[in-house]
Design a protein around this ligand. Sequence first.
Ligand SMILES: [Zn+2]
Length: 367
Amino acid sequence: MLAKLKTCSNCILNDNITGVKIGTNGVCNYCSDYIPFSPYENNELLRLLKKAKRKRRIYDALVPISGGKDSTYVLYLAVKRYKLNVLTYTFDNGFMSDLAKTNIESSVKTCGVDHVWVKHDLKLINELYRTTLIYSGEICGICGIGIERSMLKISEAWKIPLIILGHSPSESNSFTSENLYDQSRLKAILSKNKSITKEKINRFLIYPKLNFISSYLFTKLGRFGKKVNILYYEDLPSDKEIGEIIKREMNWLDSTHSECTRHFDCLAEPFTNYIREKRFGYSRRLPQLSNMIRNNEMSREEALKIYNDDSKTNIPENYEFIKATLNLTESEIVKIGKISLNEFSYRISLANMIFAKIRRVVKKNEH
Ligand SMILES: [Zn+2]
């Protein structure tokens, strides 16, 4: 099977990845369909920000920060460019690097904003990571849902009209092939571990009955802050330029790995990539680096070098630490590496399936 593997001559995606097709000209569908990103109307953003300010709440916007590049840049835009009254917050997933924590402290100080830490019982969080990993192969979902829920809760508690997020258009197709946002699916997975009580799960979920439809309605009604992806309204500087801006303006410190991955703020990132390599034959870095080639941020040779240096046979950084923290044995890790995509997806709630379908139709009509 490996002999047949074709790699795109422009980026580094190969046809072993679901959804990737290499044409007769040797170029993949992502490269041939590539349209350089053009930002949304900036006036639309200004209108949203003005509307939020007119509400005269304690804070105009909530900005989640991780100490990473994108979220620090978002904070810079919100405070220094758009002069918003901002509350920042960080969900401590238990795997934050010291560098990320230092960067959070310095950017909060530089901007003179308030900051809230959200930290669940680490023993419980690690048990949740361990359980989703063992039964579904997924790890990032727990952190994702933790961030999402605490974000909604804080926006509700302080009645903050906007939540400004740092999703980057350059990461829009980074093949996050599965997630655990669906609560019915997550609960089905967690129920495999009898030591985690329902009460504990509900405490972690904050809104144990929330689905995409009710979340959408609560946002419309103003109970939750409205999410805005501010980077979609920007003529986005390159990854390198963003780094330079925040070093200068936010006292942000770079990691030696910053050109390789955007998520160095999380110590578990190399481990999650390793697991994805095992399960799918590629990690998130392959599409990330391919995006960077298409956006002219890196040559194909540079990307190949970075990717090959990080070959899947190597043991990832912090491997023993993650293994010990999550109480995993080597044979459990081997088993996790064999779990196929979307385990328990038959448990996804009807409400979320309907919502996802509607969203796909609306998106199709938008473009
Ligand atoms: Zn390509």
